[in-house]
Write a protein that binds this ligand. Structure first.
Ligand code: ATP
Ligand code: MG
Length: 681
């Protein structure tokens, strides 16, 4: 059978666990826990296929992955393995995405308005800010935490299920003095969300978990799914674990796979305890299958990765072995600075392409989104196409957000954050005027009616009537989806040109948005998907020309999870970047950074280059102009480990050229970066 071909014995055991001769209904709980590249995701996909082949209904299978991209990739793999007449697996996605779908269905039964809209993290922080302002907590003298910090604290408390005091003490001790004020803020925030009928990301999990606790509804949700399969289980948090146990209290039909050595979401309250404790949640305990062979990386790459993770304080999964022999150790490349790091990467990428490794088979990985700026410049200079994952998302671009906000306000007139964003597009309207206008919005069939007779400031007077027309059309059914997206685009045009001096550059994004919108059935579906899992890169969606072409992958390490490439370059393998200087405090944080390096290294199949720039140019923030910052090799590769690597130094001979090439970037970096980023910020 196709889906069993090529599996090794342990993988096959996991795939077949509890399934016998056309009967998939007796499959007890299963945990597959194993290292990177051992075929966990492959096994999970094959197990889904095996379930289907043995009579499971694909429509009653729930597949949980960590990104929409991973979910659709998995669904595609399954389709290739099952008989042609089998239905597709329709319930596959992230915890948040599936949560949103289920909540729409069951909203009313748990006392939620099913017209709720979803706030992304930026909206959530903005709403917190409004509440903070209302409560008078924005007084600068008290040095109250910033809105983003408040949201992180709130989110941590929700996802970990720990009391606020404990969260502060453990993770945000410098905010402990504000515990009472934060509690008031969060109470106010929760009340604001309820009155405005908005849910933030955390609510999607929180309400889902709640739903699994309310009798009747829980039963109905449970009965929807015969099988629940979860990938990357090490990165789930206690709330997600409670959802899973709510779905499968006795573990029947539950499969989870993961690797504790790759847990990299502790900062979002994920805990490896979830995966380590899973088997004991059930009686009898879940079956545990471990896989021991890596099919991804060559033996030398695996040896170096194993050495890095061997120094971890705690670890459950065992080292893997690889049969992929190679004489090439991973390279530890010392370069004089970050500019030449970029030059090195560009040249190596091109050299490998000459040897037949497509750009798409090569990836540049980095700890933090902005680490790739110089590489992006260098690639642009050489016309090497690339796509970047992680970091700033398409939807976060201000002009894209403007348009989406109009649609969102029409969908949920009570949403204050989007209302404020839209109203402040108008000349002469600031927060106070916006508040006055917003107060006129009512519940009922014609929420915007009173705005028609509202007299805006003089500067906005001329353009106000067209806006009212637009709102009326959108809240009625004058324009159908996706035509209404075009309608908003047209309305926005004059604002767009007045607001963004680089409107021409940005226009492409708006066309892209319209193209993406056309793929969704309804405005509601579009807004939900966009808020939850926006396209990370423009080529992620639609069919831009890039899709057929070859392009290099740039990605944060977090976004590279689960993926693999023939050649991998890891930027800035230096202390301060990996581990990040944001995380050098507690030993748990350091351990998470070590696992990040392990995740990065184990993405490589054939070649792996870790770059060690000896100094950085620090631009922007420095008041004294540019200066140098000296760096040293990451502490995760101590001297005793160096024999696992080939030491290389980027040839001094090339330095003159490189500096010449890079000096433009150095002197005029801000302007050039501005040019690159303006389309996106
Ligand atoms: P990660 O921990 O990074 O998520 P993983 O354990 O999920 O990795 P996969 O992505 O499933 O690993 O597999 C890694 C690679 O090994 C893939 O290219 C896959 O096709 C290949 N592979 C998996 N199992 C086998 C096998 N039995 N024979 C040959 N190749 C395999
Ligand atoms: Mg995987």
């Amino acid at each position: 059978m196709k889906h069993l071909e090529g599996l090794n014995a342990a993988q096959r055991q996991a795939v077949e666990h509890g399934i016998r001769d056309g009967d998939a209904s007796q499959a007890g709980p299963l945990l597959v826990i194993a290292g990177a590249g051992s075929g966990k995701t492959t096994t999970l996909a094959s197990r889904v296929a095996h379930l289907v082949v043995n009579g499971a209904d694909p429509g009653r299978i729930l597949l949980l992955t960590f990104s929409r991209r991973a979910a659709s990739e998995m669904a595609r793999r399954v389709i290739r393995m099952v008989p042609r007449e089998a239905r597709p697996v329709t319930w596959s996605g992230t915890f948040h995405g599936i949560g949103a779908r289920l909540l729409r269905i069951y909203a009313q039964r748990i006392g939620l308005n099913d017209g709720f809209t979803i706030h992304d993290r930026e909206d959530a922080a903005d709403l917190l800010n409004l509440v903070r302002h209302d409560l008078g907590l924005s007084d600068k003298a008290t040095r109250f935490p910033q809105k983003a910090t408040c949201l992180t604290i709130y989110s941590h408390a929700v996802n970990s299920g720990l009391p606020l005091g404990q969260v502060l003490e453990r993770h945000f001790p410098w905010c402990s003095q504000h515990e009472e004020a934060l509690r008031r803020l969060f109470d106010g925030y929760v009340a604001a969300k309820q009155s405005q009928n908005v849910l933030d990301y955390d609510d999607l999990l929180l309400y889902w978990a709640e739903m699994m606790r309310s009798e009747g509804v829980a039963e109905d949700v449970r009965l929807r799914f015969d099988h629940v399969l979860v990938d990357e289980y090490q990165d789930t948090n206690p709330l997600q674990a409670s959802i899973l146990l709510g779905l499968k209290p006795d573990g029947q039909g539950l499969t989870a796979v993961g690797d504790d050595a790759q847990a990299i979401y502790g900062f979002r309250a994920a805990t490896v305890r979830n995966i380590l404790d899973l088997p004991q949640q059930f009686t009898p305990p879940a079956a545990v299958v471990t896989l021991t062979q890596s099919y991804r990386s060559t033996q030398p790459i695996l040896a170096a990765s194993n050495a890095v993770i061997a120094m971890a304080r705690e670890r459950f999964t065992k080292d893997l072995v690889s049969e992929r022999v190679s004489a090439q150790k991973p390279r530890l490349v010392t370069v004089p600075d970050d500019i030449q790091q970029a030059v090195y990467v560009a040249e190596r990428v091109l050299a490998l392409r000459e040897e037949g490794v497509a750009l798409k088979q090569q990836a540049v990985l980095f700890r933090t989104s902005h680490h790739s700026s110089l590489v992006e410049l260098e690639l642009a200079r050489r016309n090497i196409p690339f796509v970047k994952f992680g970091g700033l998302r398409f939807l976060e671009a201000a002009h894209v957000k403007d348009i989406v906000s109009v649609l969102r306000w029409a969908s949920n007139p009570r949403d204050k954050v989007v209302a404020f964003r839209v109203l402040q597009l108008f000349p002469g309207i600031g927060p106070q005027t916006a508040a006055r206008a917003f107060d006129r919005v009512t519940d009922g069939a014609h929420p915007f009616a009173a705005l028609a007779i509202y007299r805006p400031p003089a500067a906005a007077l001329a353009v106000w009537p067209a806006f009212i027309d637009l709102l009326q059309d959108l809240s009625g059914s004058a324009a159908a989806w996706p035509a209404e997206l075009e309608r908003v685009k047209e309305w926005f045009q004059p604002f767009f040109e007045a607001r963004y001096p680089d409107a021409q550059v940005r226009a492409g994004d708006i066309d892209q948005l319209v193209a993406i919108g056309g793929q969704y059935r309804s405005r509601e579906q579009f807004l939900t998907e966009l808020a939850l899992d926006p396209p990370e890169a423009t080529s992620d969606e639609a069919g831009p020309p890039l899709l057929d072409e070859d392009y290099l992958i740039l990605s944060t390490i977090h976004s590279a999870k689960g993926q693999e490439w023939t050649a991998v370059y890891v930027l800035n393998a230096v202390d301060g970047c990996i581990p990040s200087d944001m995380a050098t405090g507690r030993s748990e944080d350091i351990e998470e950074e070590r696992r990040l390096l392990y995740v990065a290294m184990t993405r490589a199949k054939d070649t792996l280059d870790l770059l060690v720039p000896q100094k950085f140019y620090v631009h922007q923030q420095s008041r004294n102009g540019d200066r140098h910052l000296y760096a040293s090799r990451t502490r995760f590769i101590p001297p005793a480990m160096l024999d696992r690597f080939e030491a290389a130094t980027w040839p001094v001979r090339r330095r003159q050229d490189a500096v010449a090439a890079g000096s433009g970037a150095n002197v005029d970096l801000k302007a050039r970066l501005g040019g690159m980023w303006k389309a996106r910020t």
